[in-house]
Write a protein that binds this ligand. Structure first.
Ligand code: PGA
Length: 256
């Protein structure tokens, strides 16, 4: 039995065109409709956000944008505002994904500003944190996480509103998953930091997802760890079979 319930999120990244996104969204809605014990979320590209939100409308499947700008509106060519995401029918935004941080130069301050804007617009954030390979090899992963988390804790007045995703950068898209022990150690550490800053109740209820090469074969072991409350899944979320399969594993674990 998982005390916080499991949250299974698919981050489609820059994959799938409009019709492919609709097809996958419909398959996820259908394939997870019997699962009552878990939460399921999918995150398509911006072009597909409206149609995917529409496909998920009368289901329990939730929809997230993969990013948003920190300003409300204005002359920011190519960017998308939180309010636009809301008007597209999505309820969530992934904030501070490591690809945004490393490929698009988002630092902790930018991530904090985006988080603030998401919350201001009554959207729910999945905020990502995680150390790089060099940082892990240098043994400073906990320092890195503490620093990233500090910005988040300072920004979000109400932590009950946010979901955290711990994604070690070296495990994303590499097929190199953190071992359940490595992931559990970091999740436990994150929960302790949250307890120090926000108290026992929040630290016990906040969801901390693991991300980084989660797949059908490794899902059960990872999701069984006491401090892992779900998964943020990239590659394995692009195929209905594997994503629904992972959701099924979570559903079974939640029932046990
Ligand atoms: P991956 O991506 O499952 O392909 O490693 C996870 C993520 O980046 O959210």
């Amino acid at each position: 039995m998982k005390k916080r319930g499991l949250f299974i999120a698919g981050n489609w990244k820059m994959n799938l065109n409009l019709s492919e996104s609709l097809q996958l969204a419909e398959a996820v809605v259908k394939g997870t409709s019997q699962f009552d014990n878990i939460k399921v979320l999918i995150s398509p590209n911006f072009v597909s956000l409206v149609i995917v939100s529409h496909a998920a409308e009368n289901s329990a499947v939730m929809v997230a944008a993969q990013d948003c700008h920190f300003e409300e509106s204005g002359a920011y060519t190519g960017e998308t505002a939180a309010e636009m995401i809301k008007s597209a029918g999505a309820g969530w935004v992934i904030v501070g994904h490591s690809e945004r941080r490393t490929l698009f130069g988002e630092d902790d301050e930018t991530v904090a500003k985006k988080l603030k804007n998401v919350l201001r617009n009554d959207l729910k954030p999945i905020v990502c944190i995680g150390e790089s390979l060099e940082e892990r090899e240098a043994g400073i992963q906990k320092d890195v996480i503490r620093k990233q988390l500090d910005h988040i804790l300072e920004t979000a007045a109400d932590l009950a509103e946010i979901v955290i995703a711990y994604e070690p950068v070296w495990a994303i898209g590499t097929g190199k998953t953190a071992t359940p022990e490595q992931a559990e150690e970091m999740h436990k550490y994150i929960r302790e930091l949250i307890k120090d800053s926000a108290g026992q109740n929040i630290s016990e209820s906040i969801l901390i997802l693991y991300g980084g090469s989660v797949s059908l074969p490794n899902a059960k072991e990872l999701l069984s760890s006491p401090n892992i409350d779900g998964a943020l899944i990239g590659g394995a979320s692009l195929k209905a079979d594997s994503f629904i399969g992972i959701a099924e594993v979570a559903e079974e674990l939640s029932k046990e």
